[in-house]
Design a protein around this ligand. Sequence first.
Ligand code: BV8
Length: 247
Amino acid sequence: MAELPIQLIERLESSKRLVFFTGAGMSAESGIPTFRGEDGIWKKFKPEELANFNAFRKNPELVWEWYKYRREIISNTRPNPGHLAIAELEKYYSVEVITQNVDNLHRRAGSKIIYELHGNIEKNYCIKCNKRYDFFDFKLIDNKNICECGGFIRPDVVWFGENLPLDQFNNGEEAAKWSDILFVVGTSAVVYPAAYIPYEAKKAGSFLVEINLDETEISSICDINIFGKAGETLSDILSKVKQIKGE
Ligand code: BV8
């Protein structure tokens, strides 16, 4: 177990509300490629070509192929020790998760309060009649992207240029502002308005702890920067909390 900064240990002893703001790096140890890293899926495809409505209207099959490819990866993954540690910390604190990820791994790990800022890849709807096609078995949807009404079915994720679900964003932002500690985990913090949230939390007095492999846009405003893997570091934090709580 790696040594945690003493400042973090002291905060863990006095805190009641932990909030986790997570990005693609949270799921990297589950085998899901990040967006902008060396193995990033944006390397093969450009966001503007795929994760936007015009790209979908121009070439729905290409966008659908991309989501099929990602669903294929996700259906063969499971929550990693980092997701599981966040869920287990609910035994000791009030815990809320704000995620930019669409892979549903926090929910599968058992976290109870999750704000999904960018939607969920298991959910879909028809762009013409709005009929829902939410399947947990991707096979049921991946080979059918035309609705009974003849409209195209799309993934229920937030594309560039689309508004975030207001309730998820507002509730997530509120939770971050009230947090004792906001953990910023595995995000390059370049996508807005999601990336505003850690700044708002900082302004409201939260203690910010970044867990990332590298420096990011947000590193300079964090109180502690832990350079390490999300899964390993969050498991170390859970072990330390069990020690603090006398388990
Ligand atoms: C919008 C879709 C209003 C789902 C995604 C200012 C204000 C508002 C908007 C903007 C603004 N400036 C620019 C914009 C426009 C745009 C934007 O932010 N562009 C950026 C690129 C400049 N934002 C929007 O369009 C948003 N909508 O603003 O609506 C509006 C309405 C009309 C007209 C205009 C505006 C919508 C944004 C949502 C886009 N959808 N995904 C999907 O298919 O997945 S974005 C995509 O990026 C994912 O959701 C992802 O979560 C998100 C952020 O990426 P990260 O999660 O951070 O992943 P990344 O690969 O970048 O980084 C991984 C990190 O992990 C790295 O730091 C790496 O070091 C680290 N790491 C890797 N392994 C590990 C690790 N860390 C720890 N452990 C490891 N093992």
